[in-house]
Ligand binder design. Structure first.
Ligand SMILES: [Mg+2]
Length: 356
């Protein structure tokens, strides 16, 4: 569909409680919403957080790059030509993956809406349901254990636990949570680059008795040798997050046997087009992926749900951030019931509007 206008606006949504990870605390979700208008009167919707600590993109830079750099280069194109549009976006500005992702998902939504089909069908149509975990931010071990029990009661079968601040306390956190929820719940861990190589190996080995599904990004993003050493040294599967942004990163990590799994996030890689490339590279190596998120609204969570449903080897999802928000500004599209997104037949992502 011919694109007549692309526009990025800012939105702020208060969170139910502040969310703490190894590199900071968030209490308000500041997001960008992107509208891509088609000649047929339809509107594609996308969005992103400003993941400044992961990609360097701030909300202000994202809005500027979309409205002043990407939009002028793309308006007039056909939204189905994503190979060409991705090349144009990369030719007018390097990096800025969160801005590119927000535009990319709005264009995929516009294309699917114009075709009258759900987006996941356009992306491969592999499955209609996707189970998400729920993430526990860093807190005192007893508080995290209590929250874990509440989440188990709400129907979550997988908990993602943020650690990486202090290894002694990290072990205490997992021990308390496992004791509280029993062994029928999966626990995955995210250290957000918080450990050094040997510290990571020692800590993960100590955690093995608590039955850990996987550990995300144990060491700093740049330390690929360290990441590979951790992966070789422990039995628990290791997942790249901050170390894997682009398809080239995915290929390099696979060649160096640095990880067992990859966490794809649309703002990190630049959108659905690049995410498909990463998923296909991983699939070719027999590797599974997870789809993750920043602190985002459903305007950008749902494109990720559709992507994961389109593709076979995106087998895990960490798409819980819309549930941290006090209000849901997004009208239309799937919501989570008992930890599960179930996609319907609505065209595109199903998102109709966002109330700002
Ligand atoms: Mg992570």
């Amino acid at each position: 569909m011919k694109i007549t206008k692309i526009e990025a606006v800012t939105i702020e949504v208060p969170m139910k409680k502040p969310f703490r990870v190894a590199y900071g605390t968030t209490s308000v979700a500041r997001n960008i919403i992107v509208y891509a208008y088609g000649e047929n009167g339809m509107t594609g919707i996308g969005g992103t957080a400003g993941p400044v600590k992961v990609t360097g993109d701030t909300l202000e830079s994202i809005k500027y790059v979309i409205n002043e750099v990407l939009a002028p280069a793309i308006v007039g194109s056909d939204s189905t030509d994503m190979e060409k549009i991705t090349a144009v976006m990369d030719s007018v500005i390097v990096k800025n993956t969160a801005a590119k992702a927000a535009v990319d998902m709005a264009l995929y939504d516009l294309t699917a809406k114009s075709a009258g089909i759900p987006l996941y069908k356009l992306l491969g149509g592999y499955k209609k349901t996707l189970e998400t975990d729920y993430t526990l931010g860093i807190d005192e071990p007893e508080i995290m254990a209590y929250e874990a029990m509440e989440l188990k009661d709400k129907g979550f079968k997988t908990l993602k636990v943020k650690v990486g601040e202090n290894t002694v306390k990290d072990i205490e956190r997992i021990k308390n949570i496992r004791k509280a929820v029993g062994y029928n719940i999966k626990i995955r861990i995210d250290a957000n680059q918080g450990w050094k190589t040997k510290e990571a190996i020692r800590t993960i080995k100590a955690l093995e008795e608590y039955d850990i599904e996987l550990v995300e990004q144990p060491v700093p993003f740049w330390d690929i040798d360290g990441l590979a050493k951790v992966t070789r040294s422990v039995d628990v599967p290791i997942m790249a997050d901050e170390a894997c942004h682009t398809p080239q990163d995915a290929l390099m990590l696979i060649k160096r046997e640095a990880v067992d799994l990859i966490n794809i996030k649309l703002p990190k890689c630049g959108g659905i087009f690049r995410a498909l490339q990463i998923a296909h590279i991983a699939a070719s190596a027999g590797m599974e992926c997870m789809i993750g998120c920043m602190v985002e609204t459903r305007a950008s969570i749902l494109p990720a749900v559709h992507l994961a449903c389109g593709v076979k080897n995106i087998t895990r999802a960490d798409l819980d951030s819309a549930m941290y928000l006090k209000e849901d500004p997004v009208i239309g599209g799937a919501t989570v019931e008992n930890a599960m997104f179930t996609l319907g037949d609505e065209p595109g992502t199903g998102v109709k509007t966002v109330s700002i």
